[in-house]
Design a protein around this ligand. Sequence first.
Ligand SMILES: Nc1nc2c(ncn2[C@@H]2O[C@H](COP(=O)(O)OP(=O)(O)OP(=O)(O)O)[C@@H](O)[C@H]2O)c(=O)[nH]1
Length: 704
Amino acid sequence: MPKMRVYEYAKTVNKSSKDIVNALKAKNIEVNNHMSVIDDHAIKQLESESAESKDGSMQKKDNQQGQSANAKKPAKKVDNSTRNRKQSPQQNQRPPHLRGNRGPGRRGKSKKNRPKEMAKTPDKIKISGSLSVAELAEKLRKESAEIIKKLMGMGVMATKNEELDVTTIQLLCEDFGVEVEEEEIVDVLDMDLYEEEDAPADLGVRPPVVTIMGHVDHGKTTLLDAIRKTKVTDTEAGGITQHIGAYQVEENGKKVTFLDTPGHAAFTTMRARGAQVTDITILVVAADDGVMPQTVEALNHAKAAEVPIIVAVNKMDKENANPDRVMQELTEHQLVPEAWGGETIFVNVSAVKGEGIDELLEMILLVSEVEEFKANPDKRAQGTVVEAELDKGRGPVATLLVQNGTMNVGDPIVVGNTFGRIRAMVNDLGRRVKTAGPSTPVEITGLSDVPQAGDQFLVFEDEKKARQVGEGRQARAKEAERKQSSKVSLDDLFNQIQEGELKEINVIIKADVQGSAEAVKGSLEKIDVEGVKVNIIHTAVGAISESDVILASASNAIIVGFNVRPDVNAKRTADSEKVDVRLHRVIYDAIEEIESAMKGMLDPEFEEKVLGQVEVRQTFKVSKIGTIAGSYVLEGKITRDSSVRVIRDGVIVYDGKVDVLKRFKDDVKEVATNYECGVTLENFNDVKEGDIIEPYKMVEVPRT
Ligand SMILES: Nc1nc2c(ncn2[C@@H]2O[C@H](COP(=O)(O)OP(=O)(O)OP(=O)(O)O)[C@@H](O)[C@H]2O)c(=O)[nH]1
């Protein structure tokens, strides 16, 4: 007697599994859930019920559907669907319980085809990109086989899991007489989605954001310092300027924001990351040196970003200053001075003497007036990261430039791929502030991770949403990074196979003699795990060389060495290029290793390696830092990143990590035999004179 599961039956009658389970229970037929198996008897009982209750209404509905579908479809498509129906496996789609039971007149003409009419092909499907054959079949309520057949007719050989692109889907659907609607995918992690719109009436004037660029040594830093020294906004005594990557000055009661990260690097990095922070570029050219390669580079960057340029001709105090030459040279690059009928403002300055600074600032304000830089202070803040770092005490610290809106302490915020709640804000004078409006740079703390310069930020209405978007972006960034840096390595071969990223594993074989190279090749080629195969791209005799590694890196291959080893250069390149090199002496091991990695069974093997012996000779207690062990390296070495055990009278009293390793006052990476050092240990202050510190490392054991 044919049997089927509840969910399978539910599908055939276009009902939810839950409905079917309930209906069966109501009839005292014992079922647990959608996976429960039901027999013909149970199905008959359900059939009789639905026939009684729904006969009339369903019939009516079907007729209507049929009419409207036919009305819409052009004649050809109707033909197609008719043809399909005739030869379609839909006949076979009939649930097993109906096969053989379909005697005419058994329940009357109108009822006999009902399950097939219910699983009717829809008139229209919605897609948002490619679909596999199976997915499309489900949407069309057809068997995959039917789709595959149709594809064959189109000259495409496809399996059930084959991805079909949108065009193919459209062609297929046209053939089935089904309309395809492409849905736009909304990226819920896109911050633009959460930004508030600005009504023109809400916009107010904001200070311009200025970047200083120019050739090396032409005086960018000196000019930035000169402007800051003479013009800091803070008129109160004692305003100590703090380097936060940007600062504001005031001229004639109007503010100007300077990005304090001179050079093109900052400018281009930000632009490369899609951030447009600069409103005006000051191009510094030394009057005694003239236009140099980086001057041209800088002006080209500014032009590409369509940012207005003001030329500051610097070092005017120098005897050999020649501003005319600068003007002449820049004219050749389409920066024609106003004095010569052009549009570019040139200001002569001397950064060391502080001359021309006022005029320069006035010109900046003039350009700002013309350009009308505006923002809306009455909305959630949005802007760009200028600088960011991890501070040992304060955690992630970022200088943000508010470009629109106003930021407040306590605001939930998403910054690049990190998020948090603004714990504290410090302005360019080192003062704590509670709010920051448009064009204001502030240093913030409270983020979960360190963002990157050029990252966009947006304040969110509620913390939950900020967390959700932030975490989503973080996960996506990690995934992207993993994908980008993912070279094939045996350790994550299985993952890559699982994710469908790998269909073939490229392998380079190096062996001691031709015979074994051939033997390894032959055996590896026979491996086939879940349709993934080994593809030998190069086989040769001899040590593993650097060029083998380069080939492996370029073709994303693993190197299998059989009775050979990599030479020094090959080893170094393999490390830097992250090429997986596996060394073996037994063919069977080589095969087994690759096979088991493909099946996901490979566990890395680690072994402890003791690095040295360090004796504690004196201890110092320092508040905030804890106990420093003044020590002497008896043998081997101790490194900053090593794990350590503290041994007292032969007993291990601590096992953890080095916190700080110093030689005198300097942090060092390692200290060798017969040298003194100061060591503090992570979360352990109980170190005593006479203790032995044993540094060690866990090293991955090469499989031989
Ligand atoms: N005489 C004179 N020297 C100046 C002036 N401005 C800068 N200098 C000197 O020029 C040299 C370079 O100045 P910086 O401000 O470091 O130049 P920079 O463009 O920031 O250089 P990089 O950061 O290396 O790209 C320093 O020795 C300054 O003292 C000026 O107006 N007059």
